[in-house]
Design a protein around this ligand. Sequence first.
Ligand code: FES
Length: 248
Amino acid sequence: MTAPTVVSNEEVGPGIWLMWVEASAIAGTAEPGQFAMVRCSDGHDPLLRRPLSFHRLAPPRIAFLFEVVGRGTEWLAHRKAGDAVDLLGPLGKPFTLHPRSKNLLLVAGGMGIAPLLTLGDRALAEERSVTLLLGARSQDRLYPLSSLPLEMEVDVSTEDGSAGRKGLVTERLPDFLPWADQVFACGPATMYQAMRGLAEFPKRPVQVLVEMPMGCGVGGCYGCVIETKHGLKRTCKDGPRFELAEIV
Ligand code: FES
């Protein structure tokens, strides 16, 4: 089996990189919402792998969207086409699409678009309707709209009003919820808190992806636990997909 190899790696926003990797064994079985643990060095420094969600799946290729936040992701941003990358995956629980859901609402805060886009791709391929509420701090932090599928309805919000509507992405939710059969979200904890504060939400199941620093990525170290109504759960093994109402 050939090692995963970088196909392309480009900066799509300030410090935000889109890397395509040829990784047939992983791409063939990966599901939207799952992730890979990516080695981010040639040696042992940094020692820990970084969890990166599958951003797009086009077997035998996978795309990762990541932000440079430290030495590991800086190293990753310097990988070039033809370089080998060491991936462990697919890992974690994927999103669950109900067979009867026709209308899907995706809510992405900032880098939260990373795992949601491949879910949108999958849903569109199954002839479902997809609306994406896409939020960012400002226009320069916004995911490139030209990279979104044409069939996807997109509603843009920025906190400073430099693109789309001015405000938080969660403020757009009440307008779209009556249409949606299922809701999926990924973003910072503050976004989930805002969603929980909406009057509509106790009645609506919402699948969210939780981002936590991870050690092993496979359930062994308990370095990624979150508190839920059913006790402590490991983000890597019991998640990263949880019900919004389940998280304490
Ligand atoms: Fe080790 Fe989750 S990262 S248990």
